[in-house]
Design a protein around this ligand. Structure first.
Ligand SMILES: Cc1ncc(COP(=O)(O)O)c(C=O)c1O
Length: 382
Protein backbone atom coordinates (compact mmCIF):
# COMPACT_ATOMS: atom_id res chain seq x y z
CA UNK A 1 0.00 0.00 0.00
CA UNK A 2 1.58 3.29 -1.08
CA UNK A 3 -0.63 5.53 1.04
CA UNK A 4 -3.05 5.21 3.92
CA UNK A 5 -5.85 7.23 2.30
CA UNK A 6 -7.24 4.19 0.52
CA UNK A 7 -6.94 1.76 3.40
CA UNK A 8 -10.58 2.22 4.49
CA UNK A 9 -11.95 2.10 0.97
CA UNK A 10 -13.16 -0.97 -0.87
CA UNK A 11 -13.14 -1.34 -4.63
CA UNK A 12 -16.41 0.13 -5.96
CA UNK A 13 -18.85 -2.80 -5.95
CA UNK A 14 -20.12 -2.25 -9.48
CA UNK A 15 -16.58 -2.05 -10.81
CA UNK A 16 -15.69 -5.47 -9.36
CA UNK A 17 -18.97 -6.84 -10.67
CA UNK A 18 -18.09 -5.90 -14.25
CA UNK A 19 -15.34 -8.55 -14.15
CA UNK A 20 -17.62 -11.31 -12.81
CA UNK A 21 -20.32 -10.43 -15.32
CA UNK A 22 -17.83 -10.59 -18.18
CA UNK A 23 -16.62 -14.00 -17.00
CA UNK A 24 -20.11 -15.48 -16.74
CA UNK A 25 -21.30 -14.11 -20.09
CA UNK A 26 -18.09 -15.22 -21.84
CA UNK A 27 -19.01 -18.79 -20.81
CA UNK A 28 -22.16 -18.35 -22.87
CA UNK A 29 -24.68 -17.92 -20.03
CA UNK A 30 -27.57 -15.52 -20.49
CA UNK A 31 -27.55 -13.04 -17.66
CA UNK A 32 -29.92 -10.28 -16.49
CA UNK A 33 -28.28 -7.44 -14.61
CA UNK A 34 -30.65 -6.27 -11.89
CA UNK A 35 -27.66 -5.01 -9.93
CA UNK A 36 -26.70 -1.53 -10.95
CA UNK A 37 -29.29 1.28 -11.15
CA UNK A 38 -28.66 2.11 -14.78
CA UNK A 39 -31.97 2.61 -16.62
CA UNK A 40 -32.56 0.63 -19.80
CA UNK A 41 -35.11 3.12 -21.14
CA UNK A 42 -34.71 5.09 -24.34
CA UNK A 43 -33.37 8.63 -24.17
CA UNK A 44 -36.02 11.16 -25.24
CA UNK A 45 -35.42 12.54 -28.73
CA UNK A 46 -35.38 16.12 -27.56
CA UNK A 47 -32.47 15.31 -25.20
CA UNK A 48 -30.46 13.91 -28.11
CA UNK A 49 -31.36 17.00 -30.12
CA UNK A 50 -30.02 19.07 -27.24
CA UNK A 51 -26.57 17.63 -27.84
CA UNK A 52 -26.80 18.51 -31.52
CA UNK A 53 -28.05 22.03 -30.74
CA UNK A 54 -25.27 22.34 -28.19
CA UNK A 55 -22.67 21.61 -30.84
CA UNK A 56 -23.86 24.68 -32.71
CA UNK A 57 -23.42 27.07 -29.76
CA UNK A 58 -20.60 29.54 -30.31
CA UNK A 59 -17.67 28.37 -28.21
CA UNK A 60 -19.21 24.95 -27.55
CA UNK A 61 -15.67 23.56 -27.44
CA UNK A 62 -14.37 26.04 -24.89
CA UNK A 63 -14.36 25.80 -21.12
CA UNK A 64 -17.89 26.17 -19.81
CA UNK A 65 -18.55 28.50 -16.83
CA UNK A 66 -17.32 26.73 -13.68
CA UNK A 67 -20.74 26.84 -12.06
CA UNK A 68 -22.62 25.74 -15.19
CA UNK A 69 -24.35 27.56 -18.03
CA UNK A 70 -26.89 30.21 -17.06
CA UNK A 71 -29.69 28.85 -19.23
CA UNK A 72 -29.55 25.51 -17.46
CA UNK A 73 -29.64 27.23 -14.08
CA UNK A 74 -32.67 29.25 -15.26
CA UNK A 75 -34.40 26.04 -16.31
CA UNK A 76 -33.71 24.55 -12.85
CA UNK A 77 -35.18 27.69 -11.24
CA UNK A 78 -38.32 27.17 -13.30
CA UNK A 79 -38.41 23.46 -12.45
CA UNK A 80 -38.15 24.04 -8.68
CA UNK A 81 -40.81 26.76 -8.86
CA UNK A 82 -43.28 24.71 -10.89
CA UNK A 83 -42.78 21.31 -9.26
CA UNK A 84 -41.90 22.18 -5.64
CA UNK A 85 -43.09 25.82 -5.32
CA UNK A 86 -39.55 26.75 -4.24
CA UNK A 87 -38.06 30.05 -5.45
CA UNK A 88 -34.33 29.95 -6.20
CA UNK A 89 -31.85 32.52 -7.44
CA UNK A 90 -28.92 31.83 -9.78
CA UNK A 91 -26.38 31.83 -6.94
CA UNK A 92 -28.32 29.07 -5.18
CA UNK A 93 -27.59 26.60 -8.00
CA UNK A 94 -24.51 24.83 -9.30
CA UNK A 95 -24.28 22.44 -12.25
CA UNK A 96 -22.35 19.22 -11.64
CA UNK A 97 -20.71 16.45 -13.64
CA UNK A 98 -23.29 14.11 -12.14
CA UNK A 99 -24.44 14.29 -8.55
CA UNK A 100 -21.78 11.74 -7.50
CA UNK A 101 -19.09 14.33 -8.18
CA UNK A 102 -20.98 16.94 -6.18
CA UNK A 103 -21.50 14.66 -3.19
CA UNK A 104 -17.78 14.04 -3.02
CA UNK A 105 -16.84 17.72 -3.40
CA UNK A 106 -19.40 18.79 -0.80
CA UNK A 107 -17.44 17.06 1.95
CA UNK A 108 -14.31 19.28 1.79
CA UNK A 109 -16.56 22.26 1.02
CA UNK A 110 -18.11 21.91 4.48
CA UNK A 111 -16.05 19.69 6.74
CA UNK A 112 -12.67 20.07 8.42
CA UNK A 113 -10.19 17.21 8.29
CA UNK A 114 -11.06 14.78 11.09
CA UNK A 115 -14.74 15.80 11.34
CA UNK A 116 -17.48 13.22 11.41
CA UNK A 117 -19.85 13.07 8.46
CA UNK A 118 -23.17 11.59 9.55
CA UNK A 119 -24.49 9.18 6.91
CA UNK A 120 -27.13 6.44 6.75
CA UNK A 121 -26.42 2.70 6.79
CA UNK A 122 -27.32 1.03 4.47
CA UNK A 123 -26.51 3.73 1.91
CA UNK A 124 -25.11 4.66 -1.46
CA UNK A 125 -21.46 3.75 -0.75
CA UNK A 126 -20.09 7.06 -2.02
CA UNK A 127 -20.96 8.90 1.23
CA UNK A 128 -18.71 6.66 3.30
CA UNK A 129 -15.89 6.29 0.78
CA UNK A 130 -15.65 10.01 -0.01
CA UNK A 131 -15.74 10.93 3.69
CA UNK A 132 -12.61 8.81 4.14
CA UNK A 133 -11.02 10.09 0.93
CA UNK A 134 -11.34 13.68 2.14
CA UNK A 135 -9.91 12.92 5.58
CA UNK A 136 -13.21 12.76 7.48
CA UNK A 137 -14.81 9.93 9.45
CA UNK A 138 -18.22 8.63 8.42
CA UNK A 139 -20.54 8.10 11.39
CA UNK A 140 -23.13 5.62 10.26
CA UNK A 141 -26.67 5.77 11.57
CA UNK A 142 -28.52 2.52 10.95
CA UNK A 143 -31.83 3.21 9.23
CA UNK A 144 -34.49 0.68 10.14
CA UNK A 145 -37.54 -0.76 8.48
CA UNK A 146 -39.63 -0.16 11.63
CA UNK A 147 -39.00 3.59 11.05
CA UNK A 148 -39.62 3.28 7.31
CA UNK A 149 -35.87 3.67 6.89
CA UNK A 150 -36.03 7.28 8.05
CA UNK A 151 -32.98 8.36 10.02
CA UNK A 152 -33.47 8.53 13.80
CA UNK A 153 -31.42 11.53 14.97
CA UNK A 154 -31.92 10.71 18.66
CA UNK A 155 -29.45 7.83 18.49
CA UNK A 156 -26.51 10.05 17.49
CA UNK A 157 -24.20 10.58 20.49
CA UNK A 158 -23.54 14.16 21.67
CA UNK A 159 -19.80 13.81 21.02
CA UNK A 160 -20.44 12.97 17.37
CA UNK A 161 -22.91 15.83 16.95
CA UNK A 162 -20.36 18.29 18.37
CA UNK A 163 -17.76 17.15 15.85
CA UNK A 164 -19.99 17.07 12.76
CA UNK A 165 -20.83 19.77 10.24
CA UNK A 166 -22.71 17.66 7.72
CA UNK A 167 -25.51 15.07 7.68
CA UNK A 168 -26.30 13.35 4.41
CA UNK A 169 -29.72 11.79 3.92
CA UNK A 170 -31.10 10.29 0.73
CA UNK A 171 -34.80 10.17 -0.14
CA UNK A 172 -36.27 8.52 -2.14
CA UNK A 173 -33.70 6.11 -0.81
CA UNK A 174 -31.12 3.91 -2.39
CA UNK A 175 -31.02 0.97 -1.58
CA UNK A 176 -34.28 0.58 0.40
CA UNK A 177 -36.69 2.51 -1.81
CA UNK A 178 -38.06 4.36 1.26
CA UNK A 179 -39.32 7.94 0.99
CA UNK A 180 -39.30 10.89 3.36
CA UNK A 181 -42.42 12.81 4.35
CA UNK A 182 -43.03 16.35 5.51
CA UNK A 183 -42.81 15.45 9.23
CA UNK A 184 -39.48 13.69 8.77
CA UNK A 185 -37.95 16.53 6.76
CA UNK A 186 -39.15 19.16 9.28
CA UNK A 187 -37.70 17.18 12.17
CA UNK A 188 -34.38 16.68 10.34
CA UNK A 189 -34.17 20.39 9.52
CA UNK A 190 -34.90 21.38 13.15
CA UNK A 191 -32.31 18.93 14.47
CA UNK A 192 -29.60 20.20 12.12
CA UNK A 193 -30.45 23.87 12.64
CA UNK A 194 -30.34 23.47 16.41
CA UNK A 195 -26.97 21.70 16.22
CA UNK A 196 -25.41 23.93 13.60
CA UNK A 197 -25.09 21.09 11.10
CA UNK A 198 -25.69 21.36 7.37
CA UNK A 199 -28.36 19.01 6.09
CA UNK A 200 -27.93 17.54 2.63
CA UNK A 201 -30.53 15.48 0.81
CA UNK A 202 -29.27 13.40 -2.07
CA UNK A 203 -32.34 13.72 -4.26
CA UNK A 204 -31.11 11.68 -7.23
CA UNK A 205 -34.45 9.77 -7.17
CA UNK A 206 -36.72 12.72 -6.30
CA UNK A 207 -38.78 12.16 -9.44
CA UNK A 208 -38.99 8.37 -9.21
CA UNK A 209 -42.12 8.11 -7.12
CA UNK A 210 -45.42 6.50 -8.09
CA UNK A 211 -47.19 7.80 -11.18
CA UNK A 212 -49.89 9.73 -9.39
CA UNK A 213 -47.74 11.03 -6.52
CA UNK A 214 -46.16 14.46 -6.26
CA UNK A 215 -42.42 14.40 -5.64
CA UNK A 216 -41.17 16.40 -2.67
CA UNK A 217 -37.97 18.31 -2.08
CA UNK A 218 -36.10 19.06 1.14
CA UNK A 219 -36.08 22.72 0.06
CA UNK A 220 -39.86 22.94 0.39
CA UNK A 221 -39.34 22.84 4.16
CA UNK A 222 -35.73 23.91 4.64
CA UNK A 223 -35.13 26.90 2.37
CA UNK A 224 -33.21 29.54 4.33
CA UNK A 225 -31.99 26.98 6.86
CA UNK A 226 -28.56 25.84 5.66
CA UNK A 227 -29.75 22.92 3.57
CA UNK A 228 -28.65 21.64 0.20
CA UNK A 229 -30.15 19.12 -2.19
CA UNK A 230 -28.59 17.23 -5.05
CA UNK A 231 -30.47 16.48 -8.23
CA UNK A 232 -29.57 14.24 -11.12
CA UNK A 233 -30.62 13.81 -14.74
CA UNK A 234 -29.31 10.24 -14.69
CA UNK A 235 -32.28 8.39 -13.29
CA UNK A 236 -35.24 10.54 -14.34
CA UNK A 237 -34.11 11.01 -17.93
CA UNK A 238 -32.05 7.84 -18.53
CA UNK A 239 -28.91 9.95 -18.82
CA UNK A 240 -26.45 8.06 -16.59
CA UNK A 241 -23.71 8.30 -19.21
CA UNK A 242 -24.28 11.98 -19.96
CA UNK A 243 -22.94 12.93 -16.49
CA UNK A 244 -24.94 15.94 -15.48
CA UNK A 245 -26.54 16.86 -12.18
CA UNK A 246 -26.95 19.88 -9.92
CA UNK A 247 -27.02 21.09 -6.36
CA UNK A 248 -29.45 23.69 -5.03
CA UNK A 249 -29.70 25.36 -1.67
CA UNK A 250 -27.96 27.77 0.66
CA UNK A 251 -25.81 30.18 -1.37
CA UNK A 252 -22.85 30.05 1.04
CA UNK A 253 -22.71 26.27 0.71
CA UNK A 254 -23.00 26.52 -3.07
CA UNK A 255 -20.14 29.03 -3.03
CA UNK A 256 -17.92 26.68 -1.03
CA UNK A 257 -18.81 23.78 -3.30
CA UNK A 258 -17.83 25.90 -6.30
CA UNK A 259 -14.52 26.76 -4.63
CA UNK A 260 -13.66 23.05 -4.31
CA UNK A 261 -15.07 22.11 -7.68
CA UNK A 262 -13.38 24.84 -9.70
CA UNK A 263 -10.06 23.71 -8.28
CA UNK A 264 -10.78 20.08 -9.16
CA UNK A 265 -12.64 20.15 -12.50
CA UNK A 266 -13.83 22.58 -15.16
CA UNK A 267 -17.54 21.75 -15.43
CA UNK A 268 -19.42 19.69 -18.00
CA UNK A 269 -19.31 19.92 -21.82
CA UNK A 270 -21.78 22.60 -22.95
CA UNK A 271 -23.77 20.33 -25.35
CA UNK A 272 -24.49 17.96 -22.43
CA UNK A 273 -25.74 20.92 -20.41
CA UNK A 274 -27.90 21.87 -23.41
CA UNK A 275 -29.29 18.31 -23.41
CA UNK A 276 -30.20 18.81 -19.73
CA UNK A 277 -32.03 22.06 -20.60
CA UNK A 278 -34.04 20.19 -23.20
CA UNK A 279 -34.77 17.42 -20.69
CA UNK A 280 -36.35 19.89 -18.26
CA UNK A 281 -38.45 21.37 -21.06
CA UNK A 282 -40.10 18.03 -21.89
CA UNK A 283 -43.77 17.92 -20.93
CA UNK A 284 -44.18 16.54 -17.39
CA UNK A 285 -46.43 13.78 -18.76
CA UNK A 286 -43.20 12.17 -19.95
CA UNK A 287 -41.95 11.78 -16.38
CA UNK A 288 -45.28 10.25 -15.43
CA UNK A 289 -44.85 7.75 -18.24
CA UNK A 290 -41.43 6.79 -16.84
CA UNK A 291 -42.92 6.34 -13.37
CA UNK A 292 -45.71 4.20 -14.84
CA UNK A 293 -43.11 1.84 -16.30
CA UNK A 294 -41.36 1.44 -12.94
CA UNK A 295 -44.71 1.07 -11.15
CA UNK A 296 -45.57 -1.84 -13.44
CA UNK A 297 -42.17 -3.48 -13.06
CA UNK A 298 -42.35 -3.06 -9.29
CA UNK A 299 -45.83 -4.62 -9.12
CA UNK A 300 -44.82 -7.58 -11.30
CA UNK A 301 -41.58 -8.16 -9.39
CA UNK A 302 -43.33 -7.98 -6.02
CA UNK A 303 -45.87 -10.58 -7.18
CA UNK A 304 -43.14 -12.99 -8.26
CA UNK A 305 -41.14 -12.44 -5.06
CA UNK A 306 -44.24 -13.34 -3.06
CA UNK A 307 -44.65 -16.55 -5.08
CA UNK A 308 -41.00 -17.38 -4.34
CA UNK A 309 -41.38 -16.67 -0.62
CA UNK A 310 -38.87 -13.84 -0.69
CA UNK A 311 -39.69 -10.99 1.67
CA UNK A 312 -39.20 -7.35 0.67
CA UNK A 313 -39.93 -3.81 1.87
CA UNK A 314 -43.28 -3.19 0.24
CA UNK A 315 -43.56 0.61 0.29
CA UNK A 316 -40.80 1.20 -2.15
CA UNK A 317 -40.33 4.10 -4.55
CA UNK A 318 -37.21 4.83 -6.63
CA UNK A 319 -36.56 1.82 -8.85
CA UNK A 320 -35.21 -0.49 -6.18
CA UNK A 321 -36.63 -3.35 -4.15
CA UNK A 322 -34.93 -4.16 -0.85
CA UNK A 323 -35.31 -7.88 -0.21
CA UNK A 324 -34.46 -10.29 2.59
CA UNK A 325 -32.03 -13.14 1.97
CA UNK A 326 -33.97 -16.41 2.40
CA UNK A 327 -33.30 -18.51 5.51
CA UNK A 328 -30.29 -20.82 5.42
CA UNK A 329 -28.14 -18.63 3.15
CA UNK A 330 -25.48 -16.02 3.77
CA UNK A 331 -25.81 -12.91 1.64
CA UNK A 332 -22.89 -13.98 -0.57
CA UNK A 333 -24.18 -17.54 -0.99
CA UNK A 334 -27.61 -16.42 -2.07
CA UNK A 335 -26.40 -13.75 -4.53
CA UNK A 336 -23.98 -16.26 -6.04
CA UNK A 337 -26.75 -18.86 -6.35
CA UNK A 338 -28.94 -16.33 -8.18
CA UNK A 339 -26.11 -15.60 -10.60
CA UNK A 340 -24.74 -19.09 -11.19
CA UNK A 341 -28.02 -21.08 -11.13
CA UNK A 342 -30.44 -18.54 -12.55
CA UNK A 343 -28.32 -15.92 -14.38
CA UNK A 344 -29.56 -13.05 -12.21
CA UNK A 345 -27.26 -10.33 -10.94
CA UNK A 346 -28.50 -8.49 -7.85
CA UNK A 347 -26.56 -6.34 -5.41
CA UNK A 348 -25.70 -7.94 -2.06
CA UNK A 349 -27.02 -5.72 0.73
CA UNK A 350 -23.65 -5.54 2.46
CA UNK A 351 -22.31 -3.52 -0.51
CA UNK A 352 -24.32 -0.69 1.10
CA UNK A 353 -22.92 -1.10 4.62
CA UNK A 354 -22.89 -3.59 7.48
CA UNK A 355 -26.60 -3.28 8.18
CA UNK A 356 -27.29 -4.46 4.64
CA UNK A 357 -26.08 -7.92 5.65
CA UNK A 358 -28.99 -10.33 5.17
CA UNK A 359 -30.50 -8.29 2.32
CA UNK A 360 -30.15 -7.89 -1.41
CA UNK A 361 -31.27 -5.15 -3.79
CA UNK A 362 -33.10 -5.60 -7.06
CA UNK A 363 -32.90 -2.77 -9.56
CA UNK A 364 -35.95 -2.56 -11.83
CA UNK A 365 -33.94 -1.27 -14.74
CA UNK A 366 -34.69 -4.04 -17.21
CA UNK A 367 -37.83 -4.57 -19.25
CA UNK A 368 -40.71 -6.43 -17.66
CA UNK A 369 -40.56 -9.45 -20.00
CA UNK A 370 -36.97 -10.14 -19.05
CA UNK A 371 -37.68 -9.59 -15.36
CA UNK A 372 -40.55 -12.09 -15.57
CA UNK A 373 -38.54 -14.65 -17.55
CA UNK A 374 -35.62 -14.69 -15.13
CA UNK A 375 -37.39 -14.26 -11.81
CA UNK A 376 -40.09 -16.84 -12.58
CA UNK A 377 -37.33 -19.41 -13.10
CA UNK A 378 -35.95 -19.21 -9.57
CA UNK A 379 -36.99 -21.76 -6.99
CA UNK A 380 -39.43 -21.31 -4.13
CA UNK A 381 -37.48 -20.62 -0.94
CA UNK A 382 -38.34 -21.58 2.63
C1 LIG B 1 -28.34 7.73 -4.14
C2 LIG B 1 -27.57 8.11 -5.34
N1 LIG B 1 -27.06 9.32 -5.42
C3 LIG B 1 -26.33 9.72 -6.48
C4 LIG B 1 -26.10 8.87 -7.53
C5 LIG B 1 -25.22 9.34 -8.66
O1 LIG B 1 -25.95 9.87 -9.70
P1 LIG B 1 -25.22 10.66 -10.88
O2 LIG B 1 -25.31 9.79 -12.08
O3 LIG B 1 -26.00 11.95 -10.98
O4 LIG B 1 -23.81 10.91 -10.48
C6 LIG B 1 -26.61 7.58 -7.50
C7 LIG B 1 -26.33 6.63 -8.59
O5 LIG B 1 -26.56 5.47 -8.52
C8 LIG B 1 -27.37 7.19 -6.38
O6 LIG B 1 -27.89 5.96 -6.28
Amino acid sequence: MINNRLSNIKEYHFKSLEKIKEEVTSRGYEVIDLGIGDPDLRVHESIINGIIEGLKIDGFNNYPPYDGIVNLKKEIIKYYREVFSVCLTLDEIIILIGSKEGISNLIPAICSIGDYVIVPDPAYPVYEACSYLWGCIPYKVVIKEKNNFQMDFNVIPEKIIENSKLIIINYPNNPTGAIADEAFYKNAIDFCWKNNIILCNDGAYNEIVKEKENPISLLQYGKGKKVIEFGSFSKTFNMTGFRVGFAVGDREIIKSLLKVKSNVDSSQFKPIQQAAINALKINREYIKSIRRIYDERRRITEEILKEKNIQFYNHSRSFYLWCKIPKGYTTEEFCLELLLNFGIIVTPGNAFGDSGEGYFRISLTKDKDHIIKFLKAIKVYN
